[in-house]
Design a protein. Structure first.
Length: 332
């Protein structure tokens, strides 16, 4: 009897020792690859990847010591099936527990994107692609042919593309999040920031869509914030008397590349955006105006100016007559 007790005690002791070493080994396998290396590594987890595939990716990137240990931990903690696809930034100093938690919560790699006032959709699309948020063609595809869901985010009906409604701001996006999500964020921001202005301050004889179109022109023409209402007033004065807007910026919008100065031939281009040839506003916006440009159109400066010319330092000289305009033009 004593011999059996002695044997059972020995087995229990050995089992305890083995369990301790197994636990110690598991802890070592789940520990960070390099506690001192906090350099983020960009890792892409494909859509549909299971725990096993994810473990193999992390091991191949040198971010975990053992794919087997990672899979075991994920299954034992009930996270199997909860790990999300996307682009992540993971450092060798992060252990299996931290990495699994990050993937389960979907804490992906963040990207800061700044959209300056007056940028065109094409310029924004180029920045979006450069930041790794979405492809240029995907972004422009949605801009030119927006979904009904996208249009519903705006505070009023829009007939054409989304040019003019990609609100200038600094955004926190996720790398690889896609064009649709990025555009929806910009449209939602437009509705929040500009929507109230366009809904309650329509003191000009324009529809909300026309206000945005004119604001997009004003944004491109005026370099100084204080001149925005004055420039807006010039264009509104021209519209009142059915005078062509003659905005160089609207012609630049349809040129293959920007020019320092338009030629006479440029102003003769056959385009609905050529405001040297058409009466009134072009069919759509030529840039994405900021809130101050929109406010300038809604509350323009009260004056009799019909002309303005650049002074070369960012400012403009404003004139009431063509004679005064020519004098200002040739004196600069």
């Amino acid at each position: 009897m004593q011999s059996r007790i002695r044997v059972n005690g020995t087995i229990a002791y050995v089992a305890l020792i083995l369990a301790f070493f197994a636990w110690a080994y598991a802890e070592r396998m789940m520990a960070p690859v390099d506690y001192s290396d906090e350099t983020g590594v960009s890792v892409t987890i494909p859509k549909g990847a299971g725990t096993s595939a994810i473990a193999d990716i992390l091991e191949a990137e040198g971010l975990i010591k053992s794919a087997t240990a990672f899979k075991a931990y994920v299954k034992l903690t009930g996270k199997d099936g909860d790990l999300k696809f996307g682009k992540y930034e993971i450092a060798p100093s992060e252990g299996v527990r931290q990495i699994a938690s990050k993937l389960a919560k979907g804490i992906q790699k963040g990207v800061k994107l700044t959209v300056p006032e007056g940028y065109t959709a094409k310029q924004i699309a180029a920045r979006v692609e450069a930041a790794g948020i979405a492809l240029y063609d995907e972004f422009m595809g949605f801009v030119e042919k927006p979904t009904d869901e996208m249009k519903a985010l705006l505070p009023f009906p829009v007939s054409g593309s989304l040019e003019g409604y990609l609100f200038p701001d600094t955004y926190e996006f996720l790398e690889g999040m896609g064009a649709e999500a990025a555009i929806k964020a910009m449209l939602g921001n437009f509705a929040e920031k500009a929507g109230p202005e366009l809904s309650s301050n329509l003191k000009v004889d324009l529809t909300p869509e026309q206000v945005v179109i004119l604001a997009s022109i004003v944004e491109k023409e005026a370099l100084l914030t204080e001149e925005l209402p004055i420039v807006a007033g010039v264009f509104l004065n021209r519209l009142k008397i059915s005078m062509a807007l003659q905005s160089c910026s609207t012609v630049q919008y349809v040129l293959p590349r920007q020019k320092p100065v338009l030629s006479k031939e440029d102003t003769l281009i056959d385009s609905p955006y050529n405001t040297y040839q058409i009466q009134g506003l072009p069919p759509g916006a030529i840039s994405n105006p900021g809130l101050k440009a929109i406010q300038a159109v809604l509350r323009p400066a009260d004056h009799d100016y019909l002309f303005f010319v650049a002074n070369g330092d960012g400012s403009h000289s404003f004139s009431k007559t063509y004679g005064e305009h020519l004098k200002a033009k040739f004196s600069n």
